[in-house]
Design a binder for this molecule. Structure first.
Ligand code: BGC
Length: 465
């Protein structure tokens, strides 16, 4: 097959045996998913403008939520706090012991959040959270009393309109949650109310986003941390902004210079001005439970990548260019082509793509596949995965340009399943960052910051005390 004249920096899967019509369909799709350097820079520029709009006024697309966390951890903080983390795949309850010297020990337990809790009445969800706190205290023998309540930092990883360190109302749900009865309500009040009714002696003293938690936890260990980022089921970032730049923060007085801002970048470009929307993205959005919301998140995050790839595969099936025009019941199901499969397929370096074959034929029950089919599937995964990493870099480069990167460089703390498990995600981001920022990108370390949100919530509970 003739090489495709594109500017991709990654080596893409090639095909040893395919027809002209295959070739032109694949070329066309490849072109649609390409984001060249100029486009990347344009997206990054627009992102920066949107950030500044969000700093100026309330209610903007990129919400730029003030976190009311003004202290930067010094690493010397000590104390024991509880943290409850809702918003990733699991619910996590932690007891965090800050030991000073950047050292920390954590005892934690994960709990499942069923689909019926995610989508049923919100008060059942908050009651369940209170039950998990209660269970955790008894399982780990942690004592507390009504007079001397334990302090808890609540990591709530959805867009909130935050008005104090311990106050914030939900703007809308994301990541597959729809529970009615929470939008517009103060989520700290809801959790505290459930804890009080169940007589659990715990006081919710801080509300933080997972990105804010990740930033604080990473800064506790690495003083030159600039940004906390989540690349997982959802995506978002938080950074330290000069308080004088947060124009919309009118009645806030503090001696501090900086405040952590939760960008809520998942909503970037809901207006569809710059993101390279394909018919596959539009189909995903149209069928999602939050159409025209979280535009950037739908290009980047683990919740959606598999579904975009599935939409491309179905299109090729319908044109009888894949699997001889056959699908399977599983592949026809929305969200059944999991992002995790893409990780395995992208990492499949066997000559005959055996791991890919297993996924397609055993997990998705396709009757049979040819090597060309599997090569096409791998190419599709690469296109979707690569575009996600490059768009993540566009967002990162905009935030980096907004901050002053010290001569000595800086760290970005990143958590989430994509960053942890998706092959080459980090390297792809690094390459795209270099395209956007030039040699300055070499001064920026992308660090894995695992499980930071629990520690971060504890730090916020402490900094707020
Ligand atoms: C939410 C953010 C969160 C991100 C990562 C998004 O869907 O809106 O608040 O930080 O997911 O969990």
């Amino acid at each position: 097959m003739t090489p495709i004249p594109l500017t991709f920096t990654d080596k893409l899967q090639e095909f040893n045996d395919c027809s002209e019509s295959h070739k032109s369909a694949i070329d066309e799709i490849t072109k649609e998913f390409e984001i060249n350097t100029d486009k990347l820079k344009k997206i990054s520029e627009h992102f920066r403008n949107e950030m500044n709009k969000g700093l100026e006024k309330h209610g903007q697309t990129v919400a730029m939520v003030p976190s009311y966390v003004t202290g930067i951890p010094t690493g010397k903080e000590v104390g024991t706090f509880l943290a409850l983390d809702l918003g990733g795949t699991n619910l996590r309850m932690c007891q965090v012991n800050l030991e000073g010297d950047g050292k920390v020990s954590v005892r934690q337990q994960k709990y499942k959040v069923s689909d019926s809790l995610k989508n049923g009445e919100a008060r059942h969800l908050f009651d369940y959270l209170a039950d998990c706190v209660d269970k955790f205290l008894s399982e780990f023998n942690i004592s507390s009393s009504a007079e001397d309540k334990l302090k808890l930092g609540f990591t709530f990883s959805f867009p909130v309109d935050q008005t104090a360190i311990n106050k914030g109302s939900l703007i809308y749900w994301t990541k597959g949650y729809t529970a009615p009865g929470a939008v517009g309500k103060d989520v700290v009040f809801m959790l505290q109310d459930s804890l009080n009714r169940k007589v659990v002696p715990v006081e919710v003293t801080a509300l933080v986003n997972d990105t804010v938690g990740t930033l604080l936890a990473h800064a506790y260990k690495h003083s030159n941390t600039l940004l906390g980022v989540i690349l997982g089921t959802g995506t978002n970032g938080a950074y330290f902004e000069k308080i004088s730049n947060i124009k919309k923060l009118k009645s806030f007085s503090s001696n501090a210079d900086h405040m952590v801002i939760n960008i809520e970048w998942g909503a970037f470009d809901n207006e569809r001005k710059v993101l390279p929307l394909t018919m596959f993205d539009n189909k995903l959005d149209r069928k999602s439970n939050n159409p025209r919301k979280q535009a950037l998140e739908k290009f980047i995050s683990g919740m959606y990548l598999g579904e975009i790839a599935r939409n491309v595969l179905l299109n090729l099936i319908d044109r009888t260019l894949l699997f001889d025009g056959f699908s399977s019941k599983d592949l026809n199901n929305q969200y059944y082509f999991e992002t995790e499969y893409m990780s395995t397929i992208e990492a499949d370096d066997t000559n005959t793509l055996e791991k890919t074959k297993r996924i397609l034929e055993e997990s998705l029950n396709l009757p049979s596949t040819t090597l060309t089919d599997r090569q096409i599937v791998k190419r599709v995964c690469q296109l979707v995965g690569l575009r996600a990493a490059r768009l993540s870099a566009a967002a990162l480069s905009a935030v980096i340009s907004q901050c002053n990167v010290p001569e000595s460089g800086c760290n970005i703390g990143i958590d989430g399943s994509l960053f942890l498990f998706y092959p080459s995600f980090k390297e792809r981001i690094k390459r795209a960052l270099k395209e956007c920022l030039g040699p300055n990108a070499d001064k920026i370390e992308l660090d894995l910051a695992p499980d930071g949100s629990g520690v971060g919530a504890a730090l916020a509970a402490m900094l707020s005390a």
